[in-house]
Design a protein around this ligand. Sequence first.
Ligand code: OKP
Ligand code: ZN
Length: 360
Amino acid sequence: MADVLPTPLIASDDHLAHAGLIELAAGREIPCYESPERATAIRQGLLSTGDYALQPPDAHGPDAISAVHEVELIDLVEHVWTDAVADGWDAVRPLLPDTFMLRSYIGPMALAALPAGRHLRLGAYCFDTATPIVAGTANAARAAVDIALTAADRVLEGAPLAYGLCRPPGHHAGRNLIGGYCFFNNAAIVAQSIIDRGAQRVAILDVDFHHGNGTQQIFWQRDDVLYVSLHGDPGGIYPYFSGYAGERGEGRGEGANLNLPLAAGTDGEAYLAALNDGLDAIARFDPDGPLVLSLGFDTYHADPICNLALRTDDYARIGGRIGKLGVSVVALQEGGYAVDALGVNAVAFLGGLREGLRDR
Ligand code: OKP
Ligand code: ZN
């Protein structure tokens, strides 16, 4: 059997300026778990193996983003910080919405306007208090998309696996919505881009600990993109409002959405059993484009904000199982907050994937 070629590791430093953040948790200001150190740890871990070839992203321009997100959402992300600064807001503190334009706020009303200042409109596009914005946010969000699209390019050019070290993550971002540390939905943009480059059916497998509400929403009525997600049971876990097993998609998309909620304390064995159900659904769907993997390591037993019980060697098995599907993989980083373990967990997971894919 031939040696496995180095796996493209697409990364840039543009995320570093998306930092210095606080978030609100139950009304308290806490340091933001979604930190630049996360990406540094993963990059160092992977490069220390010699199995990965570090490559910068290629600029892909705005079209792939606007194929998934509303123009007004893209405009908000691009300009919300500069609007706040121009309005004399304290440029040291991260921006969070202080009002939310809920469906129950609107009720039956046809509201006439939104404020011109995008910082004042922020709560019309953001669903939580966990998504602080700073000066470097828009640039980082754009770079994360370029990283994801470049990873997709490598796989479409023939690599069995490419890994995009995306930061900020993306799977909570909806068509016209930011939240959960996410601004542009990197995985959804890649899936759409693969479709636009000729594939008929693309599957997204989301193994981040949290339900990817944004990805589910974007493809809810579509039968050309299957979304399969394993995640902490939203009955007790963020984002609370979606991720239940009864959510199966709608219209043409009915049956093309599969949620596999997991109980607190789920270990490797139980996780692999659920994963098998997800992989069976993907095999039945029979994708003709690469698998898009929303990859989070917040399923780890020592993750500070999550409650599953996976160990480092479980990740090797999970990666191996996914690789054995026999479909090439665009792996994109989502969450994972146990910074000290991110390097070894990434090495284990992607190493398992590399091996699983070797015999496909
Ligand atoms: C992003 B990703 C619960 C706070 C939740 C936001 C979590 C966003 C996770 N008390 N904070 O899916 O890893
Ligand atoms: Zn997560």
